[in-house]
Design a protein around this ligand. Structure first.
Ligand code: SF4
Length: 331
């Protein structure tokens, strides 16, 4: 269905979906058989839950993030995606922490065991509101779980069926640093649809880039029009604004080489004094944080309770590097 010309969109097209048609977009996704998961406000944070209509989304919310700090705030407008990523990731749905593979039941008269395999059907998810940094994270998960002789079959099935609706960021948080990593704020690949929210004057609309035939199929049932040059310019301004307001920056160096070459840097001791040493089995706080940072380099800045900032730690080591000789052994 279209509200005029053109008709069915194709992969690579850009179309305009008005804010008033957001429920139609969500409804069309649901009619394609997807369970729609997206950002919602819960317990004072943006968390991913089932989304049945636009009213479930965090309309009019923004966030404030800094080292060890997270707070939602009310915006002065009705932006639907006026905040950055929250505490959760999509991994909880693609690779659930608990998954029952089989059950066992005693045989009749208590003899033997009957093994009952779990049904293999997996949920068909639509992730609504995936940020560019999250698309990059999912692509890394794919490299871990999919290739080789022993792919994770549950992950593979969930991933294969998932519809990814990305949102290009217009409001980075104070702890975002995707520009310096080349992972955002605009989604470049890996999505079925990518939305840029444009809110100016009396207009509130989404510039929607079609990334796949599945995405195009969804749009076929949603009122839309072709995007023109002015729409494209407006969308570019949204992400340019995000680039200009990026909260942090990771130095442009070979991080892996830098961290391994500075394995005995005194900065690890300074960080260890603040680190609460959650989650890693290592002999000392210094070794734990070093292990975490060198192997994961994740975006912990907001959610680290003592506000240890990995961009700051990399900059500190870079400013005063040690002899670039890699350690003889990992301890
Ligand atoms: S601005 Fe960048 S780091 Fe922040 S949520 Fe968006 S894509 Fe992720």
């Amino acid at each position: 269905m279209s509200d005029g010309t053109p008709s069915t969109p194709r992969t690579g097209d850009s179309v305009i979906v008005e804010r008033s048609a957001l429920d139609a977009l969500l409804g069309s996704i649901a009619r394609q058989g997807y369970e729609v998961l997206g950002p919602t406000v819960h317990d004072g944070a943006i968390v991913y839950r089932e989304v049945r209509s636009a009213a479930d989304l965090p309309i009019g919310y923004g966030d404030e993030q800094d080292g060890g700090t997270y707070r939602l705030r009310r915006r002065e407008d009705e932006a639907v995606f006026g905040y950055a990523v929250g505490p959760q990731s999509w991994k909880q749905f693609l690779h659930p922490p608990r998954l029952r593979l089989w059950r066992a039941r005693r045989g009749q008269n208590g003899d033997g065991l009957e093994i009952i395999e779990e049904p293999t059907d997996t949920p068909r998810y639509a992730f609504f509101g995936v940020r560019s940094c999250e698309l990059h994270a999912i692509a890394i998960q794919d490299r871990v779980f999919l290739p080789g002789a022993h792919p994770d079959l549950s992950y593979a099935a969930r991933r294969e069926d998932a519809l990814l609706v990305a949102v290009n960021c217009g409001e980075p948080s104070g702890t975002c640093f995707c520009t310096s990593m080349g992972t955002g704020p605009k989604a470049s690949a890996g999505y079925d649809l990518a939305l840029t929210e444009v809110l100016d004057g009396g207009s509130h609309r989404f510039v929607v880039e079609v990334g796949s035939d599945r995405g195009a199929l969804v749009l076929d049932d949603v009122p839309h029009r072709a995007a023109d040059a002015a729409d494209a310019r407006d969308a570019e301004q949204v992400t340019a604004y995000a680039v200009a307001r990026m909260g942090r920056e990771m130095p442009e160096v070979d991080l892996r080489a830098l961290l391994y070459a500075n394995y005995e840097h005194p900065r690890w001791d300074e960080v260890a004094e603040r680190c609460l040493t959650w989650g890693e089995a290592r002999s000392s706080p210094r070794a734990r944080y070093r292990q975490w940072m060198t192997h994961k380099l994740a975006t912990c800045i907001t959610w680290c309770p003592v506000g240890i900032d990995i961009t700051e730690e990399v900059s500190a080591i870079l400013a005063n590097p040690m002899d670039p000789t890699p350690p003889a052994e990992t301890r």
